[in-house]
Design a protein around this ligand. Sequence first.
Ligand SMILES: NC(=O)N[C@@H](O)C(=O)O
Ligand code: NI
Length: 165
Amino acid sequence: MSARTIRPRPLTAEAFRAFGEVIEPDNCTEIRLINNGTTTRFHDIAPVDVSGGGGHALISIFRGKPFALPFRVEMLERHPLGSQAFMPLEGRPYLVVVAPDAGGRPGEPAAFLASGSQGVSYARGTWHHPLIALDERSDFLVVDRGGSGSNLAEFLLDEPVLVEG
Ligand SMILES: NC(=O)N[C@@H](O)C(=O)O
Ligand code: NI
């Protein structure tokens, strides 16, 4: 099946706002000097929204196998009960693919190239592609929701989308 192509944009807080937050010091509005001035706290950069359905927060490490561009997007998923945040631990760029909701299914996908010092937090219910590490196997710290209830909805796209390099 042929696929339409999209080009990734650089990840910025403004461009990503409809989908969640970008986790980086520049995107923090409350900066605190703590520990007797030896540490700067970039406070509350993104909400941890995990209480849906009596959930609780999980901290995990995802070890992502690498993909190359162009990347073929055939499905998207979302977590209706909680947010999901990814922070790269090895300083490598990665690909973020999201889409607005269009009546309970993904709308037009958008791709962002995240730098190795940018994290993302998908707001609860945001359509996104599962982790897409690039170039080399990469570890990510992940904060998301644990607990009962179904927190994963997957959607197979009618037409795949090719994210070009
Ligand atoms: N399934 C799982 O925990 N991972 C996905 O949600 C993902 O976004 O990578
Ligand atoms: Ni996910």
